[in-house]
Design a binder for this molecule. Structure first.
Ligand SMILES: [Zn+2]
Length: 301
């Protein structure tokens, strides 16, 4: 079986993308995998710490158990998304045991998020996790720059944020970060934002984020690893496709399919209907948004 590093690397070199779907509710796993397989595409199923703390993902073991019920190795892999060193509420997290647990469970790639630390501390924390992941033969994703949106309360005015470039991944820092940590994939901030997860904000329509493609180009040219875009929901399609041509090889998608699930469950009271909504939305994303239907052969065979 091919490693996730090979698959994402292949997407990166081909100017293609591997979507990574977050599953804050366990019943989302089945329709996501079914949509990916039906469209003969390739994607990751992923879970982040906040999805078992603030939603109903259960934990790394629960997500793995659900994944194994539906796993289809020709089309999907499982990834551990954000395990922060300092979380969205500003609290220190005992992150290593969580990552070790996931590796022990058989997660096929992991992420450590030290982006709320200073550069030196982020490098140190990431290096530890890279060593653990590589010892287990799997790739490690890290984050540099501020991808906002998970914090409580509203975002600062988006256009101001975008125009100022505040929080964008610094090019020189990125070069040093990749060299010193040996991380396999780098999550960057170029105007992308996470969907809100706190209080009533989590149900609202996400803002349309823009991407600074010139900045992304500089990051691609300066670093030599596949780049990752978090906050994939609500980015205009043209900007997304242009980003994929500029080194983005993995895109995290959370809000789009979470809200489809929650909205349908609320309206219908039926988990099966909510799963159908996730299937439809995931299919739309693969086929009509990312345009990656039929890429299984390109990426994994
Ligand atoms: Zn993220």
């Amino acid at each position: 079986m091919q490693g996730t590093d090979e698959i994402v690397g292949r997407a990166w070199r081909a100017g293609a993308v591997v979507p990574a779907f977050n599953v804050p509710y366990l019943p989302m796993v089945e329709p996501v995998i079914r949509a990916v397989a039906d469209l003969d595409s390739f994607a990751l199923v992923e879970t982040a710490r906040l999805e078992w703390l603030k939603f109903e993902a259960g934990g790394p073991a629960a997500v793995m158990a659900e994944f194994l019920k539906w796993n289809d190795a020709a089309h999907v892999r499982i990834h551990l998304d954000h395990v922060p060193v300092v979380d969205e509420d500003g609290q220190r997290v005992d992150y290593l045991p969580i990552i070790k647990e996931a590796i022990g469970l058989g997660y096929q790639s992991v992420m450590v998020d030290g982006s709320r630390l200073n550069l030196e501390s982020n490098i140190a924390a990431t290096l530890q996790v890279v060593e653990l992941a590589h010892a287990a033969g799997i790739p490690c994703e890290a984050e540099l720059g501020a991808v906002l949106g998970h914090e409580a309360g509203p975002l600062p005015p988006y256009e101001e944020l975008f125009a100022s470039g505040k929080g964008f991944t610094d090019v020189e820092e990125a070069v040093r970060f990749v060299r010193e940590t040996g991380c396999d994939w780098l999550s960057v901030a170029v105007g992308n934002v996470h969907g809100a997860i706190s209080g009533a904000l989590r149900d609202r329509k996400k803002i349309t984020a823009r991407l600074n493609l010139a900045h992304l180009d500089r990051l691609r040219q300066a670093t030599s690893v596949p780049l990752v875009l978090h906050g994939g929901s609500g980015v205009e399609r043209e900007a997304m496709l242009a980003a994929v041509q500029r080194g983005i090889a993995k895109v995290n998608v959370g809000t789009e399919i979470r809200q489809a699930y929650e909205r349908t469950l609320k309206e219908s009271g039926s988990v099966a209907s909510a799963q159908d909504a996730v299937y439809e939305r995931t299919s739309w994303l693969i086929r009509d948004y990312f345009g990656v239907a039929g890429t299984r052969e390109l990426l994994s065979v």
